[in-house]
Write a protein that binds this ligand. Sequence first.
Ligand code: C5P
Length: 241
Amino acid sequence: MATTTEPAIDGLTPELRAKMALALDVDDLVEAVRLARKLSPWFGVAKIGLELFTAAGPDAVGAMIDTGFDVFLDLKLHDIPTTVGKAANVAGALGASYLTMHAHGGEAMLRAGVEGLQTGAMNAGLPAPVAVAITVLTSDGDAPAHIMPSRLRLAVEAGCGGIVCSGATLRDARELSPRTTRVTPGIRSAGGDSHDQPHPLTPAKALEEGADLLVVGRAVTLADDPAAAAAELFADLPDPG
Ligand code: C5P
């Protein structure tokens, strides 16, 4: 297998593209669609977070699906089990492929979210989405080390298929639960601005450490030329050709 350091100017292979989630942290759907279209050769998943969902609502989900993306609905649900279950049911019916919820909400809440998500998708005739548990927010620098493993176990027991984990905890998460999908933010090129990400990793390093879905935002979305920034960011990945 050949490797290259040339930018992946034509985009990624379908296998790699399916592992890349573009964080559309903007407050305008037209801008989000414009960015997503431009970056579609590198990203197979569009992440809609609280900012875009608050601005555009479910239309954002439909727009990204229509543009050819799987949708990662990053709503970080945390409420009583009934409410989370009902909200997750709607997210499943909308066609989200991934939905986040806080493990801090407890096992009953996570279980309600998992069941709601699956039921919503099934009733709409859609494939089963992945419920992704947030173990610890990266902004919670005071969280003790045992929290990630205990929340990971809780998430798995509740039926979540994935967790969000930082670059610092990827290896531990893989060891503790190899079959759980690991979603990792903080992806940067070597030496790139890490902004407020405490554990930046390059794409190649994140894959090597066991990330299954890499979340990329400002490293490309803030660039003057987002497509050129994506080509440069992913240049360290192996070239299957
Ligand atoms: O830093 P970047 O813009 O690549 O962030 C992408 C995603 O990572 C954000 O949408 C957010 O969900 C998450 N994030 C995080 N911790 C931070 C900053 C962002 O987990 N400190």
